[in-house]
Design a protein around this ligand. Structure first.
Ligand SMILES: [Zn+2]
Ligand SMILES: [Zn+2]
Length: 280
């Protein structure tokens, strides 16, 4: 596939953060919506970190999103969450009552909020300090047992996918949290969940490590099973909303079919993966 077949900006995306996530930006929902509109996007999702992320939103913030305006700066805005997967059962840091009021839910593993016996716990001072410094988290979990970590992480993701409100697994390529790729993709197909190709993950020297070989394995398995993927900027702030040049280049180099890229399809394709679209 020629790289030119991919658009410069994602027509729509769901994984972005504002000032409410507590780190990485001071931009608001209005700032992101304006930027997305200016770039020609037709829809934008806002997905703040769940309450287990230090200094992020409380549960009540997410409950309040039910009444937030769906059109902002001339663009359709979807309000969701990037919920934290807390342990190997796939438990999330937001209750079912809250999740059911959101337009979509991304479930991700982050070092500051995930407990798995195969890792040394991240010390509390480290969890909070990185956020107070206003930087993205760099905490590196220390793995004690690699085989047990794969089992635990894979179960955690699959447990989260079984949650009826989870539509996306965020950055499943994080090398700090290795997975059984075949089991992961099979579960994604089974539970109608999209696996994310995360732009921030593919940045050279990124805090998730060199994610390319895991991402390649996930994409090959998705292609083999005909399961679509969702691209995300994971932008903290307005400037990078809709931008995923590394992800596009990666798909292009692999010859990944654009028919399996949800961002290039009508949004109904994404919404119908799991169950019907939000009604608001
Ligand atoms: Zn994340
Ligand atoms: Zn994120």
């Amino acid at each position: 596939m020629e790289r030119s077949e991919f658009p410069a900006v994602l027509p729509f995306e769901l994984h972005t953060h504002t000032v409410a996530s507590g780190h990485g930006t001071k931009d608001t929902v209005a700032d992101l919506a304006k930027a997305a509109c200016k770039k020609g996007m037709f829809a934008l999702g806002i997905s703040e970190h769940g309450p287990a992320t230090p200094l992020s939103c409380s549960e009540s913030y997410f409950r309040g999103l039910k009444t937030a305006p769906r059109m902002r700066a001339g663009i359709r805005v979807y309000y969701g969450a990037e919920a934290n997967i807390l342990d190997e059962t796939g438990r999330l840091d937001l209750s079912g009552d809250t999740l059911c009021g959101l337009d979509f839910v991304i479930a991700s593993i982050h070092p500051n909020s995930y407990f798995c016996p195969a890792y040394e716990p991240v010390p509390l001072y480290e969890k909070v300090a990185v956020y107070e410094a206003g930087r993205l988290p760099k905490a590196h979990p220390v793995m004690k047992d690699a085989q047990e970590a794969v089992r635990c992480n894979t179960e955690a993701y699959i447990g989260a996918m079984q949650n009826p409100f989870v539509r996306v697994i965020g950055h499943p390529d994080d090398v700090r949290y290795p997975v059984d790729v075949k089991a992961l993709v099979a579960a994604a197909v089974r539970y109608g969940v999209a696996l994310e190709v995360n732009e921030a993950s593919l940045e050279p020297g990124g805090h998730r490590g060199d994610t390319r070989s895991t991402m390649r394995a996930i994409l090959l398995e998705c292609q083999r099973l005909g399961h679509p993927v969702l691209l995300s900027s994971d932008s903290h702030g307005a400037s990078l909303v809709g931008e995923a040049p590394l992800a596009w280049a990666f798909l292009s180099e692999m010859g990944f079919p654009k028919e399996l890229v949800l961002n290039l399809m009508p949004p109904e394709t994404f919404w119908s993966l799991k169950h019907k679209a939000p009604e608001r």
